[in-house]
Design a protein around this ligand. Structure first.
Ligand code: NAD
Length: 491
């Protein structure tokens, strides 16, 4: 796997610039653990500069555009991404270790995010009107909030960034993006694309850097009205504490430990396909991964046997090769963390069944697809998010028991139910405390529907018109259309 990548800068006020402090950090390849390039490392001064530019654009050229003019830019970004899929997808794989067959789809989805939100704003961003007898007409309007601060993770960076940028821009906000420091390349490429699309200066800004410096400064910046954050639950609560004094508006998309429940009447083969894909795709670094497998005891042995065969056969390899199914984890620190959990599993009395990694991959952060056996809900590896290609397999006797087990974690992002009994499918899905459930399905997203988690997996919903609640301010205008009674104090 070879790519030559230039050092990258910040993108502020329509220009690619060094950090004010001139500081840089190394971006490391997950495949070789060698340096890919250097990245400008922003901090408070750069966030201030970006906020000034974003405010000027919001009050000026961008804020004054007609809707169709604004949306034309958003469509243009979508078209440019589509034109460059074959270049962005390898860059994403190179930077993150995600297999190319998967990043191609993610980049195509990213383009679609822009198109989708442009369409949504055009067709669904409307207010309401309330007539009060013949005295009043009260109506609502949606206004952009101002500067949107977007803080994103490394696990599907390009896709997740666009998921926030698209609704923020389409609804008329300006943006400061703080991408994850472990995956800066495609955020920079996106800045180049947006630059090429010709958006007015300052509408879109990228400040690379660390969470504790660039990220924290963004959260504290008083002109940044809202923070949309995707990342770990602990980071989310830290950000909320730091933004409390400035009364920031927050959207929180956080961690998960999602159950997949397979009943004895399920379509066995399809459930197996979905279970395998749901945990081992995206290298297991997937917020909605089905990391807890609950099998009805009558099918458990056969299911686990077949899952072991899948694990044996999964192609672990170079992320830039078309047939690779699992690539290296993003960073050595994350690799060590996932390995630590495998150690904890063994200390807790579980046994591990792992697939194969060929010796020529030894320089990369490879963790073989792994099943944790003899697990139960008391184990840390069942309660805590591992965020790697690791699934804990457990059994259950009946519906009531499995609902209790499924709900017995602090997370509530997603869940998957497999049964041919339609009543049970709905019943169990509705009984699970999570934001998103799939019945007899893998994780297929419908962008029109709400995306988000409950419990410690998040606050608020993105997707569809739900994003409007976050990215716009609703205003109510009360208009008297007749002379109503006004008390006459002191007359
Ligand atoms: P992370 O929380 O370590 O970092 C996410 C972002 O926050 C990065 O850009 C980081 O620089 C920044 N950050 C860190 N500390 C900060 C601070 N104090 N102030 C401001 N910004 C700060 O998360 P990660 O390791 O990059 O991503 C993995 C996590 O993301 C997992 O827990 C996963 O479940 C979660 N995730 C959730 C969803 C979802 O939609 N619910 C989607 C993808 C990933």
């Amino acid at each position: 796997m070879q790519q030559q990548v230039q050092d990258i800068k910040l993108y502020i006020d329509g220009e690619f610039v060094e950090a004010e402090s001139q500081a840089t950090f190394e971006n490391i390849s997950p495949f070789t653990n060698e340096k890919i390039n250097m990245v400008a490392s922003g901090n408070k001064a750069d966030i201030e500069k970006a906020a000034k530019a974003a405010k000027k654009a919001f009050k000026g050229e961008w804020g004054n555009l007609k809707l169709d003019e604004r949306l034309a830019y958003v469509y243009k970004i979508a078209d440019l991404i589509d034109e460059h899929i074959e270049e962005i997808a390898p860059l994403e794989s190179f930077d993150t270790g995600l297999p190319i067959s998967q990043t191609r789809k993610m980049v195509a989805r990213a383009a679609n995010n822009f198109r989708f939100y442009a369409n949504m704003v055009k067709s669904h961003l409307y207010g309401e009107a309330y007539q009060v007898d013949d005295e009043f007409i009260n109506y609502t309007v949606h206004k952009p909030v101002g500067i949107a601060g977007l803080i994103t993770p490394w696990n599907a960076p390009f896709m997740l960034e666009t998921w926030k940028i698209a609704p923020a821009l389409a609804t008329g906000n300006t943006v400061i993006l703080k991408p994850a420091e472990w995956s800066p390349l495609t955020a920079n490429r996106l800045a180049e694309i947006i630059d090429k699309a010709g958006l007015p200066d300052g509408v879109f800004n990228v400040v690379h850097g660390f969470g504790e410096t660039a990220g924290a400064s963004l959260v504290a910046q008083p002109d940044v009205e809202l923070i949309s954050f995707t990342g770990e639950t602990t980071t989310g609560s830290e950000i909320m504490k730091n933004g409390a004094d400035a009364l920031k508006r927050f959207s929180m998309e956080l961690g998960g430990k999602s159950p997949i429940i397979v009943f004895d009447d399920a379509d066995f083969d399809r459930a197996l396909d979905a279970c395998t894909w749901g945990i081992f795709s995206f290298n297991g670094e997937r917020c909605t991964a089905n990391s807890r497998l609950y099998l009805h005891e009558s099918i458990a042995d056969e299911f686990i046997e077949k899952l072991k065969q899948r694990v044996d056969n999964i192609k672990v390899g170079d992320p830039l090769e078309d047939n690779t199914q699992v690539g290296p984890l993003i960073h050595q620190k994350h690799y060590n963390n996932v390995k630590k959990y495998l150690g904890i599993a063994e200390e807790e009395g579980c046994t591990l069944y792992s697939g194969h990694i060929s010796e020529d991959l030894s320089r990369g952060n490879y963790v073989a697809p792994t099943i944790i056996l003899n697990a139960n809900n008391d184990k840390r590896v069942v309660q805590e998010e591992i965020f790697g290609p690791v699934i804990a397999a457990m059994t259950f006797k009946d519906e009531a028991e499995v609902i209790e087990l499924a709900n017995d974690v602090r997370y509530g992002l997603a869940g998957y139910v497999w049964t041919k009994d339609i009543q049970r499918g709905h019943r169990v899905a509705q009984a699970i405390d999570a934001g998103m459930l799939w019945v007899n399905s893998q994780n297929v997203r419908d962008l029109r529907t709400p995306f988000g988690g409950s419990k410690h997996s998040g606050i608020g919903r993105e997707g569809g018109y739900y994003a409007f609640e976050f990215y716009t301010e609703q205003q109510i205008i009360h208009v008297a259309i007749k002379d109503h009674h006004i008390p006459q104090f002191g007359k």
